[in-house]
Structures are given as structure tokens and as C-alpha cells.
Design a protein around this ligand. Structure first.
Ligand SMILES: Cc1cc2nc3c(=O)[nH]c(=O)nc-3n(C[C@H](O)[C@H](O)[C@H](O)COP(=O)(O)OP(=O)(O)OC[C@H]3O[C@@H](n4cnc5c(N)ncnc54)[C@H](O)[C@@H]3O)c2cc1C
Ligand code: FES
Length: 260
């Protein structure tokens, strides 16, 4: 699906606590081609910012409306979260590839903003999401996923809500009694690397969605390149962000307690 520059407007910003929010955008055919893993380059509202910012598409509300999950990370995301319904902004979408269609049971392991792609799988039978956050205050994206029908197990580092420990600890604990057919993961690179190592040890097919700083989102600036398992380079916006984990992460030992 070829990405298009779409004149859009903010419809709603739903706060989820601690600098997190669901942001709904509307524009002509904005949801066309949207799928789990795709992202959009979103103009920072208010002017004064040259580069748009990449955000995973969280949900298709209808053919003209999509939702994002946004965390306040810096000036661009703060400006987006400070905008008002009706504010206009340009969106380049959809970009990137997508997670494969889940076959059988699938556990989606997400950390922080890595929750966003899995809105598209929320209502799928056989899909369960394990979401990791620092503490209960940072768990707002888990609530956003549950609101759209997802089955979510929450893991917090301090044990203030859900399982106490990292998502990797939670994954290992669950694997003592059960095993999915597939694992998907999105979040901090260290977390995904640890998830990929666990999946490899258990012989479970695993796909990951990489994150990088992005300048353009469509293969021009080369700002988003990432090493792969063979030592080569991948241009994440062009041939990712979703990859088979074995193509990106060389075999490593499971690190208990890695990632969030
Ligand atoms: C494919 C893709 C999908 C993404 N999906 C989401 C999403 O669904 N929700 C969401 O909230 N964020 C998502 N992000 C991250 C988001 O793009 C950044 O948080 C955002 O660009 C920060 O812009 P800023 O101007 O607020 O921060 P800046 O002022 O540019 O930076 C603030 C801090 O954030 C760090 N940072 C900025 N961008 C990134 C990045 N891409 N990766 C790691 N650290 C970064 C900087 O190093 C700095 O420490 C995604 C990124 C990619 C590449
Ligand atoms: S973000 Fe420019 S090449 Fe990937």
C-alpha cells in the first residue's frame, strides 16, 4: 500500500495518565491500508518543527478515522498532546510492513509505547497481550487495549499492579504451564532481544517491530538503519519495522530480568 500525505485533524485526545493518551485523527480515507505494525509520520501541530514524528497505528475506528497511543517523550509529542480537537495536521500513512496474520495462539509482548500496534489484534481470538510498564501509573496503554477488547496481562517492575517483574519474567512464568504458537513483540530493543531469545529456546516463531529515530519514514534520509543478525544494515522504515526475530537478533542466552 502506497503511503499518501493526508490533511487530517485531531478529533479527540483521551488522557490515560502519566503523559499517556489515545489520540484520534480523522482525514479522507485515513485508515486505508492500515494494519497491525504499520506506522504514520505525523506532523507536529503548531508549526516550527521540520520533521514529522513516527507513530504506530493503534486502531481503525472507521475508514476516515484512526487512533494512536502517544507518550509524552519530548517537544514533538508534547505539542501533539497539547493540541485541541479540530487542530489540523498532515499525516503520511500507511508506512512500513505489518505483523503476519496470527495463526493459532499468539502472545504479543509489549513494553511502553510498544503496545500501540496491538490494538489491531485486540479482538482476535487466540491473541493475548503481555504488557510491561514501570509501575501502575504507567499502565494506561494496557487500559486502552482492554477498552478495545484485548485480553491483557500487566507486568510492572515494582509490582504495583499485576505480575511483579519484567515482561520477560512474566513470559517465562507463563511458559512453565503453556506455550503459544507465535510470539510478537514491540518495545525497547533490549526487551525484544530477550523475548526473541526465550522464543528461540522454546522453538516458538517470533516477530519483532523495531524502533529508531526517523527523519523521513520512507527510505530517503537513512536515519533509521539498524544492524541485523548477519552484521548487515536494515533500513527500518523501508523494509520494516516488522521482522522475523532471527533475521535481526543473533542467538544469545536468555537474560532473566531483561527489558520491561
Ligand atoms: C515505527 C515507530 C513507531 C512508533 N510508535 C510510537 C507510538 O505508537 N507511540 C509513541 O508514543 N511513540 C512511538 N514511537 C516513538 C515516537 O516516534 C517518539 O517518541 C517521538 O518521535 C518523540 O518525539 P519528541 O519530539 O516528543 O521527542 P524528542 O524531543 O525528539 O526526543 C525526546 C527523547 O525521546 C527519545 N526518542 C525520540 N524518538 C525516539 C525513538 N524513535 N526511539 C527511541 N527514543 C526516541 C530521544 O532520544 C530523547 O531522549 C514510534 C517510533 C517509531 C520509529
Ligand atoms: S526514516 Fe528516513 S530512511 Fe528511514
Amino acid at each position: 500500500m502506497k503511503a499518501r500525505r493526508i490533511s487530517s485533524r485531531i478529533v479527540e485526545i483521551r488522557p490515560l495518565g502519566d503523559g499517556l493518551a489515545r489520540v484520534d485523527l480523522e482525514g479522507p480515507d485515513l485508515a486505508r491500508g492500515a494494519a497491525c505494525g504499520c506506522f504514520a509520520m505525523v506532523e507536529v501541530p503548531g508549526g516550527g518543527y521540520v520533521l514529522p514524528r513516527p507513530y504506530s497505528l493503534f486502531l481503525t475506528v472507521n475508514e476516515h478515522r484512526v487512533a494512536l497511543l502517544v507518550k509524552n517523550m519530548g517537544r514533538g509529542s508534547a505539542a501533539l498532546l497539547a493540541s485541541q480537537p479540530g487542530d489540523e495536521l498532515a499525516v503520511l500513512s500507511p508506512l512500513g510492513n505489518e505483523f503476519p496474520d496470527p495463526v493459532g495462539s499468539c502472545w504479543a509482548i509489549a513494553g511502553g509505547v510498544g503496545a500501540a500496534p496491538f490494538g489491531y489484534l485486540a479482538a482476535r481470538e487466540g491473541v493475548e497481550i503481555i504488557f510491561g510498564a514501570q509501575d501502575a501509573g504507567q499502565s494506561g496503554f494496557a487500559g486502552a487495549l482492554e477498552d478495545v477488547g484485548a485480553s491483557v496481562e500487566l507486568a510492572t517492575l515494582d509490582g504495583s499492579a499485576g505480575f511483579k517483574g519484567t515482561v520477560v519474567d512474566c513470559l517465562l512464568a507463563r511458559l512453565e504451564n503453556d506455550q503459544p504458537d507465535m510470539i510478537f513483540s514491540c518495545g525497547p530493543t533490549g526487551m525484544m532481544q530477550a523475548v526473541a531469545a526465550v522464543a528461540r529456546e522454546h522453538g516458538i516463531a517470533c516477530h519483532v517491530s523495531l524502533e529508531a529515530r526517523m527523519g523521513c519514514g520512507w527510505g530517503v534520509c537513512r536515519g533509521c538503519v539498524h544492524r541485523d543478525a548477519s552484521g548487515g544494515w536494515r533500513c527500518i522504515c523501508e523494509d520494516g519495522p516488522v521482522y522475523a526475530a532471527a533475521d535481526i537478533f543473533a542467538a544469545v542466552e536468555t537474560v532473566k530480568g531483561a527489558g520491561s
